[in-house]
Design a protein around this ligand. Sequence first.
Ligand code: ZN
Length: 170
Amino acid sequence: MFSGKSEELVRRLRRALIAKQKIQVFKPAADDRNPPELLVTRDNRELAAISVSNCDEMRAVLEEDVEVSGVDEAQFFEHELVDLVTELADSGRRVIVAGLDQDYLRRPFGPMPALLALAEFVDKTHAVCVRCGRSAHYSQRIAGGDQQVLVGDQEAYEARCRECYVPYSS
Ligand code: ZN
């Protein structure tokens, strides 16, 4: 949330394109903030992407000759994503996954904990706390009820640091 995850994903995938590698980029259909065929970052960078509802759909459209696979908002996928990206990586592909490691109650989010454990390289990007300006690790929900998955942006979440984070209850 607001930490530049998608921007970093797009930056790395663009570098792969410059290196003339074939890429495929997936995002969850549940994230309907932008057109389904585009990954759009908050700073308005765009990359062609494929919206899929689940890992079966992702598997069905995987192309054989892809060298770099990207997944955005990975926290919204089922745990099966862990097996799928492991298969891809084991087959020699590079896999770059971006996602929120914690939900709005700071609980590990979806398949992210396992992905973090299995990845060779992990970078945590941090947002800026809207209250105090320190480095922010948490998605403070500020509206919208208490379901874990709530696709939203500034109307529903704020980046907060540990000192400024307050557990949300609706
Ligand atoms: Zn703060």
